[in-house]
Design a protein around this ligand. Structure first.
Ligand code: ATP
Ligand code: MG
Length: 336
């Protein structure tokens, strides 16, 4: 079976092809021009998707030595995401499915991230304790099967990636903040500042807005007497990153104690963070769990995870109408 995946939910246009279970191609075209605006500009994003989608599909087919006629399953991100951006990839995919009379599978972007560990050679085993940390989401869940996802906790305010991006902006590092904070943090002392970690009543939820405000207050107090020095900046980044690591790992450890799981998976754009990866690997090893963290190319937005999730749903017997619309705040129907 040949599956094509199309992703266009935000600022990455991506096309992937999975052939008989093997990932043949995963092309990602990132829209770096948003950097000068300090964030993604929706209209510019849609326009760039429109320009890039067709050449990318052609390229993916050539690299996979396939033609459109060889494709059996067409999958595309249906949401959540920017509606104008989603519409480009989604409508393109539906057009292909309609004209070629092929099966179409709409894919929830977050479900794509959740199961992205299955892109690795050594696959996770159910039940999988999964920590999703991305630009828009922070979720702790247990994937019990491809179509049963038990949500344990989520963020009550900012997503982990959002906190990285906002703190990076505060200390003048620019956008996207995650990789920049990581780089600066590597030169700082993570124990220099004791930033607070939210204590919440809900057992597995997260909150990052208090941490973000604490960083802001700390910077305001320091900059009263002039600019931040380089070592101060390094320490702030390292201490902030350490607080995020602690906030995430605390909930993961609790979940391991209270639920029987076989594997642990860390996914989403923030899963590219070295300190968070190391912490999850340590926790998993300590508890004798299989740890699966996707390679960097599958942490950020990519179509490989969309093609894989589409195929997974199809093989689970799920069928969809070509009339299914995309939706900017799409909720997963498999969450319980
Ligand atoms: N090394 C890193 N450390 C921390 N954060 C990182 C790192 N690399 C990327 N990020 C963060 O990952 C986020 C982007 O992830 P992703 O592309 O999965 O999010 P998104 O698609 O915008 O949101 P969502 O998937 O929730 O819809 C950004 O917030 C970015 O700062
Ligand atoms: Mg994403």
């Amino acid at each position: 079976m040949n599956v094509i995946g199309i992703e266009s939910s935000c600022d990455e246009t991506s096309v992937a092809i999975i052939s008989n279970g093997e990932l043949k191609t995963n092309l990602v075209s990132s829209q770096d021009f948003h950097i000068e605006y300090g964030g993604v500009v929706p209209e510019l994003s849609s326009r760039a998707h429109l320009q890039r989608i067709n050449p990318l599909v052609k390229d993916a087919l050539i690299k996979s030595q396939l033609t459109l006629e060889n494709i059996d399953l067409i999958t595309a991100t249906a949401g959540p995401g920017l509606i104008g951006a989603l519409l480009v990839g989604y409508t393109y995919a539906k057009g292909l499915a309609y004209s070629l009379k092929k099966t179409f599978v709409p894919v929830n972007h977050i479900e794509g991230h959740i199961f992205s560990g299955f892109l690795m050679e050594d696959k996770p085993e159910y039940p999988i304790l999964t920590l999703v940390v991305s630009g828009g989401h922070t979720l702790l869940l247990i994937a019990e099967s491809p179509i049963k996802i038990r949500i344990l906790g989520t963020t009550i305010d900012d997503a982990a990636g959002e906190a990285f991006d906002k703190v990076a902006k505060m200390i003048g590092l620019g956008y996207p903040g995650g990789p920049k904070i990581q780089s600066v943090a590597s030169k700082g002392n993570k124990d220099a500042i004791n930033f607070p970690i939210a204590e919440l009543k809900q057992q597995y939820h997260f909150s990052f807005s208090g941490l973000k405000t604490a960083v802001l207050r700390y910077i305001q107090a320091l900059t009263k007497n002039g600019e931040l020095g380089e070592s101060q900046l390094n320490d702030i980044a390292a201490s902030f990153q350490n607080a995020v690591v602690k906030a995430l790992s605390r909930q993961v450890k609790k979940a391991i104690q209270n639920f029987q799981v076989k594997s642990i998976s860390l996914v989403g754009g923030v899963a590219a963070n070295k300190a968070i990866r190391e912490e999850i690997i340590n926790i998993g090893n300590k508890h004798g769990l299989k740890v699966v963290i996707p390679n960097y190319e599958f942490c950020g937005d990519n179509a490989a995870m969309i093609a894989l999730r589409g195929q997974m749903l199809y093989e689970s017997g799920e069928r969809f109408s070509l009339d299914t619309p995309p939706f900017p705040s799409l909720k997963s129907k498999y969450f319980i």
